[in-house]
Ligand binder design. Structure first.
Ligand code: C2E
Ligand code: MG
Ligand code: MG
Length: 704
């Protein structure tokens, strides 16, 4: 005969209390679980442990509440180890479920495994708690009831975990509602599982012998009933504070992110964001074998608008243009990347015709008058277009669009232009050349060549012009016409010019030591003339080489000499005051102002090669040279003609009264060594004599 079993009373108010405490525990736990993967690893473990604790406390409290209404007089105490195991079961189940969920990409398999772990923990807990009652004879169990409890726990846990993903913070009212629903579901599951396990327990009446103790132990009941909810409330408070803090940090981060990636004037994405998106777009295009088009839009004449109407109008105009571009390219990426520069990315595999059409639309939209402060402002724009992958790698896409933009500007603006390889070949070469030019001085790659100047009446050599040569390690000899402008544009000319001064003086001294007293002309760049210490530098070089200033002529091109810049004029006057000869080079190419010419302390003018070239064929050129010579004579200036290539030119120039001639007819520029060899051995390019005064004594001169 089986022993008689206790009939569970199960009071409704206690069951309701159990559901409430279960829901509270579930709410705290789920709130801690949501968005777990978005927090750092330390905070994640802490939140997972607290979530497990909340479920264990909620489940434990619910269990104590349910059985506190039962009379178990035979139970004098609990098996502490077993009670601990009951508590730990939920904790471990909850931890295992969370580890499974955060450990990889969310998938049905992962969710089922997590539901099984949590469900097992939740259902094992009341079972172990009942076993903790101990006593003899022991509790008999209904297997089906236990199985039903386990299944209920797993399904409820799975549904709650489905509603509250660990990957998202679920913000907003929708998220909050979902969290509450999940908490109710899990809380009811908690209480329901507990109830199912209790009902499955067949407790022998014998356990009921002796004095009655509700739930088996007073202290435990009280502790659980008051301590449990209090602990849950505390955990909830901590979770809420932590969420609040996280929200504040996240908001600050979002704001920072927005500021980093947004152009403040137009609120469009900025260059940083554009480049990031462009990278991703290129990856997508690579995968899908699709084409991208990048449009580099530049507003023509914004500077004029700023100057005429003020910066605020310019800013308003840029905002309006940004809006128009955005309105025309709703689905595309539009960014402002510079003062008046916008970039647009067309991603939907556009054809050339489609891109052209879009560019034309954009130009038209920008050209429409903008009403700013009740004033119509009209500007145009130019667009450069590069297409990926046809026009080069991802890294070259923006520079190539910029090159195409330059081409569009060169065509007069208000148009668009597709990239072509020829637009950058020259530029790339220039960049490479500049790189090499920066190290050319250090690498000793420069040399001065000397081209003799001939006294026209006697045909004798009177001096030479120093012309710079660059021996490029790979490209061979490069003309100064190529590298001097590059050096001038990139701040290298002063160092180069200083080297020329030093080397020319050194060479004059070296020739003197060989018995050749040569007068040398050096060319000065405009940038050198802006150096206030130019005169001092030349004096120092002359002094070092014990040379008198008369031996040096400074050639300054006409356009620079006539520049009415006071600084330049001061330096020119300082040079003349030193007794250096000043020569106005390339005369006739600039706009000479006679009064300016008169004021300049020059001693010589050099007629530009262009006039000499036309002498034989053009009556105008002859008239100009004749007039220039007469003018120079009237002003007391010596006239030199450069670029003399034929005997007829030589004859005409001599007739006009040119004192000195220079040109390939007599000699090309040559190395210092070749010039000395010619002078000493009379083996030159033409049977020309060096002026006798160029030879002889090599007396030194002290410049004070
Ligand atoms: P430039 O000072 O007018 O020099 C005369 C140029 O004409 C030289 O070219 C010379 O080689 C060339 N030339 C002379 N005779 C003839 C001729 O009969 N026919 C032809 N076709 N050309 C002739 P280069 O050496 O290429 O120098 C070009 C320019 O580079 C110079 O014009 C000068 O402005 C500049 N330059 C050269 N060396 C220096 C330098 O050390 N410093 C600065 N700042 N500029 C320099
Ligand atoms: Mg010259
Ligand atoms: Mg010249």
């Amino acid at each position: 005969m089986s022993p008689p079993f206790l009939v569970w009373g199960l009071r409704a108010e206690l069951l309701t209390g159990a559901v409430c405490v279960g829901v509270l525990g579930a709410y705290v736990a789920l709130r801690l679980m949501r968005g777990l993967v978005t927090v750092g690893i330390g905070a994640r473990w802490r939140r997972m442990a607290c979530a497990g604790l909340a479920l264990a406390v909620g489940g434990g409290s619910a269990h104590v509440l349910v059985i506190s209404g039962e009379s178990l007089p035979g139970v004098s105490g609990h098996d502490a180890a077993m009670l601990g195991a009951a508590f730990v079961a939920t904790l471990v189940g909850a931890l295992a479920a969370q580890i499974l969920l955060v450990g990889g990409v969310r998938s049905p398999a992962r969710l089922i495994a997590a539901a099984l772990a949590l469900g097992t923990g939740l259902s094992a807990s009341p079972w172990l708690a009942l076993l903790a009652l101990g006593g003899e004879p022991g509790i008999a169990w209904r297997g089906t009831g236990l199985a039903a409890a386990w299944m209920l726990a797993c399904v409820g846990a799975g549904a709650a975990l489905l509603l509250v993903p660990v990957s998202s913070r679920m913000q907003g009212s929708g998220g909050r509602k979902q969290l509450v629903q999940a908490a109710i579901l899990l809380g009811v599951t908690l209480a329901g599982t507990d109830l199912a396990v209790i009902i499955s327990a067949r407790v022998p009446v014998a356990l009921g012998a002796g004095p009655a103790t509700p739930g088996g132990s007073d202290w435990l009941t009280l502790l659980t009933l008051f301590g449990g909810p209090a602990l849950l409330a505390l955990l909830l408070l901590v979770a809420m504070l932590e969420d609040r803090f996280r929200d504040l940090v996240a908001n600050a981060r979002d704001e920072l992110q927005r500021a980093t990636y947004t152009d403040t004037l137009t609120s469009l994405p900025n260059r940083l964001l554009f480049e990031e998106r462009l990278k991703r777009a290129a990856h997508r295009a690579d995968r899908g074998q699709r084409r991208l088009a990048l449009l580099f839009v530049n507003v023509d004449g914004l500077k004029g608008v700023n100057e005429l109407f003020g910066q605020n109008t310019g800013d308003a105009l840029l905002r309006a243009i940004g809006q128009r571009l955005q309105a025309l390219c709703v689905r595309e990426l539009v960014a402002r990347v510079g003062g008046d520069e916008f970039l647009l990315l067309l991603e939907d595999n556009p054809t050339v015709a489609e891109v052209s059409q879009r560019a034309a639309q954009l130009l038209e939209a920008i050209a429409r008058p903008c009403s700013i402060n009740r004033r119509d402002v009209v500007v145009s724009a130019s667009i450069g277009i590069s297409v990926y992958p046809e026009h080069g790698s991802l890294a070259r896409l923006v520079p190539h669009a910029a090159a195409a933009l330059h081409a569009a500007k060169d065509m007069g603006g208000a148009t668009y232009c597709f990239f072509e390889a020829s637009m950058v070949t020259g530029k790339r070469e220039e960049i490479e050349l500049l790189r090499d030019l920066r190290s050319a001085l250090e690498n000793n790659e420069f040399e001065l060549y000397y081209q003799p100047k001939i006294h026209a009446p006697s045909g004798q050599i009177t001096g030479a012009e120093a012309l710079l040569r660059w021996h490029h390690p790979r490209r061979g000899m490069i003309s100064p016409l190529v590298f001097i402008p590059l050096a001038e544009q990139n701040g290298l000319i002063n160092a180069m010019g200083n080297w020329v001064i030093e080397d020319a003086c050194r060479q004059i001294r070296a020739w003197r030591m060989q018995g050749l007293r040569m007068r040398v002309a050096i060319n000065l760049s405009m940038h050198q003339l802006r150096q206030p210490d130019l005169a001092a530098r030349i004096v120092a070089a002359l002094k070092r080489n014990r040379l008198e200033p008369r031996v040096l002529t400074c050639e300054i091109t006409e356009s620079i000499a006539m520049d009415d810049n006071q600084g330049t004029l001061t330096v020119i006057k300082q040079l003349a005051a030193l007794n250096l000869h000043l020569s106005i080079d390339d005369f006739g190419t600039g706009y000479s102002n006679l009064s300016c010419l008169r004021k300049l302390p020059a001693t010589e003018i050099k007629i530009d090669r262009g006039f000499v070239l036309d002498l034989e064929t053009s009556g105008d050129a002859r008239a100009i040279v004749d007039a220039v010579v007469k003018l120079a004579q009237a002003l007391g200036l010596k006239v030199v003609a450069e670029g003399v290539e034929t005997e007829r030119q030589q004859h005409l120039l001599s007739q006009f009264g040119c004192e000195e001639l220079q040109g390939y007819l007599f000699a090309r520029p040559m190395s210092a060594q070749a010039l000395a060899h010619w002078a000493m051995n009379h083996e030159g390019p033409r049977s020309l004599a060096f002026r006798p005064s160029l030879f002889g004594e090599t007396k030194t001169f002290d410049v004070t």
